[in-house]
Ligand binder design. Structure first.
Ligand code: PLP
Length: 387
């Protein structure tokens, strides 16, 4: 790799972690190292520092190097899922009696982990609308150890001021975590905005092809990294070498895909905004989005995700979704193919109805993960399904 000047995102996405290894065959791709264990010549000296693949595997190390570079972090750790990454992080930083302040429109699985799993260990949670930084500040307690943010949020696409909130969290001594899955490292780098840790479900945009489940954490805090790395091995929720290969492969085109996702999502958002069957469209790139200026400051582009409110309720939504041909009705997001889902009955069905409605996730809300197909075809599909 050329030294001396910072390489651009696309160059790092293609090369970092996969420099050809001339001591073996000069592979341009990191080989899939399918060894659970590594032989050594002397008992006290692991070969190349590797002992056992839960602790460290060459394909995983290549992926971790790539992922660190994409978020501008000193360190990255890869996990078997986004939830495994979150669990390992929280088990590393929280103790009994600690308190967490979290955005209230979080990924449903994160709320489930907080409420159903971690609450049992004596950790408490306060949820706030982090579009108001003073609400985050007001929720901090003496025992607040973590501030957990997402921006843009799922599914309402709220955008919060990461720089301001991370400063508030850090000055209270909390670890600030940003789940950056919706934006991807190409669109937003929370560590630059003051976050302690970035979490990703690599299942989504980083993998990009809906063919692998994975997660990652990135940080430049070396002490935190050492303690999470200890637990990556102690807990053991690590990705397989084949999954690491898929993520290395997918991440090479992240910058290209994100540009196309953003262009297509902008076209879909404009179309739905003008369509009489929708009463609102939530997309940070639309002029009508209340935090558009903030989104443009902290993100490179508005991204591939949006949601929209359909008039007429659940029957209308069901008919619309069943008539789409290019958009598949499915959970998840971030793949090359366009997906659509109904949060009230799918991704957010585990939230109690009152909580869902108080957040603004009504029966008419539809969420889109806009893929990299041709925008004209996607819009023709939407138009036909709405006719
Ligand atoms: C999917 C997702 C997760 C969980 O990741 P998995 O890979 O499914 O375990 C966490 N946060 C966000 C924002 C997600 O979209």
């Amino acid at each position: 790799m050329p030294k001396g000047r910072a390489l651009g995102f696309g160059t790092r996405a293609v090369h970092t972690g996969e420099e050809p290894d001339f001591s073996s065959f000069g592979d341009v791709n990191a080989p899939i190292h399918l060894s659970s264990t590594f032989a050594r010549r002397e008992t006290g000296k692991p070969t190349a520092g590797l002992e056992y693949s839960r602790t460290g595997n060459p394909t995983r190390l290549a992926l971790e190097k790539r992922l660190a570079s994409l978020e501008g972090a000193d360190h990255a750790l890869a996990f078997s899922s986004g939830m495994a990454a979150e669990t390992t992080l929280l088990m590393s930083v929280l103790s009994k009696g600690d308190h967490v302040v979290a955005e209230n429109d979080l990924y449903g699985g994160t709320v489930r982990l907080f409420e159903r799993t971690l609450a049992k260990f004596g950790v408490s949670f306060t949820y706030v609308d982090s579009r108001r930084p003073e609400a985050v500040e007001g929720a901090l307690k003496r025992n607040t150890r973590v501030v957990w943010l997402e921006s843009p949020t799922n599914p309402l696409m709220h955008v919060c001021d990461l720089r301001k909130i991370c400063a508030i969290g850090s000055s209270a001594g909390a670890v600030t975590v940003v789940d950056n899955t919706f934006a991807s490292p190409f669109l937003q780098n929370p560590l630059e905005l003051g976050a302690t840790v970035v979490a990703h479900s690599t299942t989504k945009f980083i993998g990009g092809h809906s063919d692998v489940i994975g997660g990652a954490l990135m940080t430049s805090d070396s002490r935190l990294y050492e303690s999470v790395k200890f637990n990556q091995n102690a807990i053991g929720a690590v990705p397989s070498p084949f999954d690491c290969y898929l993520l290395l492969r997918g991440s090479k085109t992240l910058h290209l895909r994100m540009k196309r996702h953003s262009e297509n999502a902008a076209a879909v958002a404009e179309f739905l905004f003008r369509h009489p069957r929708f009463s609102a469209v939530h997309y940070p790139g639309l002029k009508s989005h209340p935090e558009r200026a903030l989104a443009m400051r902290q993100m490179r582009m508005p991204g591939g995700m949006l949601s929209a409110e359909m008039k007429g309720g659940i029957k209308e939504v069901e008919r619309f979704l069943s008539r789409l041909r290019l958009f598949s009705v499915a959970e998840s997001l971030g793949g090359v193919e366009s997906l659509v889902e109904h949060p009230a009955t799918m991704t957010h069905a585990s939230l109690p109805k009152e909580r869902r409605e108080s957040l603004g996730i009504g029966d008419g809300l539809v969420r889109f993960s806009v893929g990299v197909e041709d925008a004209e075809d996607l819009i023709a599909d939407l138009r036909a399904a709405l006719r």
